[in-house]
Write a protein that binds this ligand. Structure first.
Ligand SMILES: *[C@@H]1O[C@H](CO)[C@@H](O)[C@H](O)[C@H]1NC(C)=O
Ligand SMILES: *[C@@H]1O[C@H](CO)[C@@H](O)[C@H](O)[C@H]1NC(C)=O
Ligand SMILES: *[C@@H]1O[C@H](CO)[C@@H](O)[C@H](O)[C@H]1NC(C)=O
Ligand SMILES: *[C@@H]1O[C@H](CO)[C@@H](O)[C@H](O)[C@H]1NC(C)=O
Length: 388
């Protein structure tokens, strides 16, 4: 299959990150809050954990869960996307273009406020498994506000966007929208932090066979990993983008001068694949197999005969430096190499990395190998091996 839903919001930011091995530092749940107003701190709230469901279509694509919106509350299923900042979802303001999604009924909410402002949002990471061509991943949005409730904690008058029109590519999504989880607390997350919740969230996004995926807001679920978390500083401190600086990449234990180039890699939970510039992409594939070739009908994609995939070692270690200056790797195992057959060539399997000049990004294929902690307050990302 081709992953036509692999994409990420690009509005104001992107995020991505991966983790490798070893360097301890366990955070105390309350110590990261740094609230300005002491009075707010006294009302500290407990962390909230939401179950997540895996959008699986031959491979793991995206993980989504429910928030509730309005009065009385309506469940709205959203992808928690570290690559974007805002909340948007299908609504009854949307015509037939949203018919395959559950629509939020704004007229049934007594707290809904229409801001009467229209905007559009265009996604950019679809080049991966399903390339973005022109505006094929675009939402038309209407600004509004309403109560958002997450795990029983209410965030009043939260800015959100109702989808009023969407392009056909969105139709296969089993969820109604996207909740941005960028490196600056925004939307309901900002409101929860104001109520005393630590400015941190954690993702346990697991392969379909493992299950039990979850998002913890305001804390860390220590039962999901053994050992300690390794933290690395956000490369662009204070921006809304989650990224880490990588000094080098190894493929099956080898590196090259191209792969030793220092680069900032975005950590984006809203996309499944990996993007590197063309030179890097081809340097990585050259170390895996000369049979991996650009797939002409879809710009930026590469593929190889599906029959060859099981024989190929394709371990990609992306090197990073932890907050104490110690190197660690985040590893994408060989099992992630194939993302499934191309629709126009079923015996050719698309490979994980897509060439995209100007953007270097990792997503679910790396993040599902780790428990990840997104520390907004301290501007760092932590990783722990889950032993899956
Ligand atoms: C979200 O809520 C819907 C009903 O509104 C339910 O069917 C679904 O299982 C829930 N999803 C998760 C991941 O809890
Ligand atoms: C809404 O979602 C929550 C969490 O996924 C679930 O427990 C609950 O049953 C859902 N509510 C309804 C009305 O389906
Ligand atoms: C942690 O290690 C113990 C003992 O090896 C094992 O039973 C348990 O499943 C591990 N937990 C996780 C979350 O990996
Ligand atoms: C990262 O991976 C490379 C290649 O497998 C290895 O040589 C290196 O020792 C690893 N670095 C760390 C810190 O584990």
């Amino acid at each position: 299959m081709r992953c036509s839903a692999c994409r990420s919001l690009f509005v104001a930011s992107l995020v991505a990150q991966t983790l490798g091995a070893a360097s301890p530092t366990t955070i105390q749940l309350q110590s990261r809050v740094a609230p300005r107003e002491a009075t707010l701190r006294r009302r500290a709230t407990n962390p909230v954990t939401l179950p997540l469901q895996d959008f699986f279509l031959g491979t793991d694509l995206q993980w989504f869960g429910n928030i509730s919106v309005g009065t009385p509350p309506q469940n709205v299923s959203v992808v928690f996307d570290t690559g974007s900042s805002t909340l948007e979802f299908a609504s009854t303001m949307c015509g037939s273009s949203c018919d395959s999604q559950v629509k939020f009924d704004y007229e049934a909410s007594s707290t809904f406020v229409d801001k009467d402002k229209t905007t559009t949002i265009t996604f950019s990471t679809g080049v991966g498994v399903d390339p973005v061509v022109g505006d094929n991943y675009q939402l038309t949005l209407r600004e509004a506000s309403d109560v958002v409730t997450v795990g029983g904690i209410k965030a009043k008058a939260t800015t959100l966007y109702l989808v009023t029109k969407e392009t056909a590519k969105f139709a296969i999504d089993p969820f109604s929208g996207i909740q941005g989880m960028s490196a600056q607390a925004q939307g309901f997350f900002a409101a929860l932090v104001k109520q005393g919740l630590p400015s941190i969230f954690s993702l346990y996004i697991t392969p379909e066979a493992v299950g039990g995926a979850e998002l913890t807001i305001g804390g860390i679920d220590e039962t999901k990993f053994n050992g300690s978390l390794t933290y690395a500083p956000n490369a662009d401190q204070g921006s809304s983008t989650w990224s880490l600086t990588s000094p080098q990449i190894f493929v099956n234990g080898k590196t090259t001068s191209t792969l030793k180039k220092k680069r900032d890699v975005i950590f984006d939970s809203g996309t499944s694949n990996v993007l590197f510039d063309t030179t890097t992409t081809e340097a990585i594939y050259a170390l895996i197999s000369p049979e991996i070739k650009a797939h002409a009908s879809e710009d930026g994609t590469y593929g190889i005969a599906c029959s060859l995939i099981p024989t190929l070692p394709a371990v990609i270690d992306i090197g990073f430096t932890d907050e104490n200056g110690k190197p660690f790797n985040l590893t994408i195992p060989s099992s992630e190499l194939s993302v499934g057959p191309f629709a126009d060539s079923p015996s050719t399997c698309q490979t994980l990395i897509n060439a995209f000049d100007g953007l270097e990004l990792v997503g679910g294929s790396l993040l599902k190998q780790y428990y990840s902690v997104w520390d907004v307050g301290a501007q760092r990302i932590g990783f722990a091996a889950t032993g899956k």
